[in-house]
Design a protein around this ligand. Structure first.
Ligand SMILES: Cc1cc2nc3c(=O)[nH]c(=O)nc-3n(C[C@H](O)[C@H](O)[C@H](O)COP(=O)(O)OP(=O)(O)OC[C@H]3O[C@@H](n4cnc5c(N)ncnc54)[C@H](O)[C@@H]3O)c2cc1C
Length: 253
């Protein structure tokens, strides 16, 4: 099994019981590379979370950096890698929803060669993580596109993401007093993304009528409950979605 900093694997009692062999990728120079062009930045899968946080003057990375800052302590983030956060098998790491909202792509490597996929291809049909067997993550490509409005909300007990330890990411841009784009992604054990809701909001003039924010609250609540979130938590994340929309409207709706 490939591993990065082992900060997720080693504390996991299930891992200790399985007696698996580890293939440590952390020392491979190519996987620590960071390359930037005008349009995107490539982050090697073994770049540490602090390595990403240390990148200066790239506003497009704001949502990702905010998500990374919610993970562990500074010393954990020194060891923990971006690849290990993306490739958790039982639940989505806290950086995953930001990368999903930012429309990142990933390069996977296997004995057959390399292939670029949307990060959403790492989500199975049941909305659970689905890292293709026999491959490892090479690098992550993040479009250099600023998200003027973005927020990360963490909720739930415990350290590791799971059934009730969840992360909500919302990114949005406004053009000519209308929402030009908005992505809303919730992860824990499953990934929840209501694309119909995102499409409905895109192009809407601001401020949004109060009724529209209420409808969005209702729709996102339904998606979260469908994904198996306990009612209290589903309501809390739907509240956060509504609060973001009200904020976007400048509190005017
Ligand atoms: C105190 C503490 C707090 C934490 N808080 C959080 C938190 O808030 N949110 C959160 O998401 N995590 C948290 N974690 C878990 C962990 O630190 C992070 O998820 C981290 O990013 C995992 O990176 P890693 O390199 O240590 O992964 P590893 O433990 O090395 O690997 C994790 C998984 O990814 C796979 N993997 C690793 N690299 C690759 C690769 N390149 N290609 C394919 N598969 C790969 C491994 O096989 C394994 O299944 C916490 C851990 C601790 C100890």
């Amino acid at each position: 099994m490939p591993c990065g900093g082992c900060t997720r694997l080693l504390p996991d009692p299930a891992f200790a019981q399985k007696n698996l062999s580890l293939l440590s990728l952390g020392w491979i120079k190519e996987l620590q590379a960071i390359n930037r062009t005008d349009r995107y930045i490539d982050l090697g899968s073994c770049v540490s979370l602090n390595g990403v946080l240390a990148l200066p003057n790239i506003p497009a990375l704001d949502p990702l950096k905010k998500a990374l800052l919610t993970i562990g302590s500074a010393s954990i983030r020194n060891r923990a890698t971006l690849g290990g956060n993306i490739c958790g098998r039982d639940s989505f790491g806290s950086a995953f929803p930001a990368l999903s909202a930012m429309e990142a792509t990933v390069e996977l490597r296997s004995a057959a060669g390399t292939q670029w996929l949307s990060i959403h291809d790492l989500v199975g049909q049941d909305n659970l993580p689905a890292i293709p067997a026999g491959s490892f993550l090479d690098r992550v490509r993040v479009p250099l596109r600023d998200w003027e409005h973005n927020c990360i909300v963490r909720k739930g007990p415990g350290l590791l993401p799971g059934d009730t330890n969840i992360t909500l990411t919302i990114v949005a841009n406004i053009e000519k007093d209308a929402i030009s784009e908005i992505h809303i992604v919730l992860t824990g054990r499953q990934l929840v993304r209501n694309r119909a809701l995102e499409m409905r909001l895109t192009g809407k003039k601001l401020p949004l009528p109060a009724k529209e924010s209420e409808n969005c609250h209702h729709d996102f609540l339904e998606s979260a409950v469908e994904a198996g979130l306990p009612a209290g938590q589903a309501i809390a994340v739907a509240d956060s979605v509504r609060a973001f929309l009200v904020d976007l409207s400048g509190g005017a709706s």
